[in-house]
Design a protein around this ligand. Sequence first.
Ligand code: G1P
Length: 293
Amino acid sequence: MTRIRKAIFPVAGLGTRFLPATKAMPKEMLPVVDRPLIQHVVDEARQAGIEHFIFVTGRSKAVIEDHFDRQFELEATLVERKKQADLDLLSQDLPEPGTTSFTRQQSPLGLGHAVWCARELVGHEPFALLLPDVLVQHPRGCLAQMIDAAANLDAKANIIAVEEVPMDRVHMYGVVGVGETKGKAFSITKMVEKPKAADAPSNLSITGRYILQPEIFDVLEKQAAGAGGEIQLTDAMVALAKTQPFYGLKFDGRSFDCGSKIGFLTANVSYGLERPDLAPELRAELKRMLAEK
Ligand code: G1P
């Protein structure tokens, strides 16, 4: 497969599930330990070799653009105070000049529409799509595993990360049907957005990481609204699957749905427990709290 150079991050959502925290602040800026959600997801993309980061934003999301830029006043103060470690941290995370692009989804018409808004910035090449609500905790992240799997698949393959969820939760996700195994991946026979348990083709949910071919934009251009009255990416993928292969990859690692409060809270605990500077004290505190409650 052609090298995957570009990634889309849809960050236009309103974040109503986290009100009032997200009244004036984008949900993507909520921190998991000391990095905003969006930074964790950009880290994963960088680690997978992505070179260009495309953000589909919306009104009141300007702070995301600021986060990926320099902050001169802060840097000057840190220099004055000789805080070299903090300066190093900031410069490590700073994208190379010219490697970020921002475009706006002007109306909240759904994930499919958000992806379509990035068509001019992606151009005619396969690309990655990472939903910033989902964090995957694994030393290599999820996207790098997908790019590895892509090396053994057709040039025009589309790949979706999937994981098992309990049957009583399938109605919250896109769900895939399982066909033949191909290396670490399997061919997808069916995709349904937010099915009832009785209609779900399996308990494998779409996890928020995709590698897609640019032809998806042509389909999205004409895509009618689906579940929830929104232009659904899953519906466009179903249409594209008539002419191009789709594969699922059960990735290694643990995912957290940070769009839900439990997912967000457990992500903070789990990422905290992986930090050598925090883990011993956090572990002791958690033990004490659990014994008391
Ligand atoms: C979106 C996708 C869905 C996927 C989910 C993963 O849904 O439409 O297929 O399973 O992300 O988080 P949303 O959570 O935006 O409703």
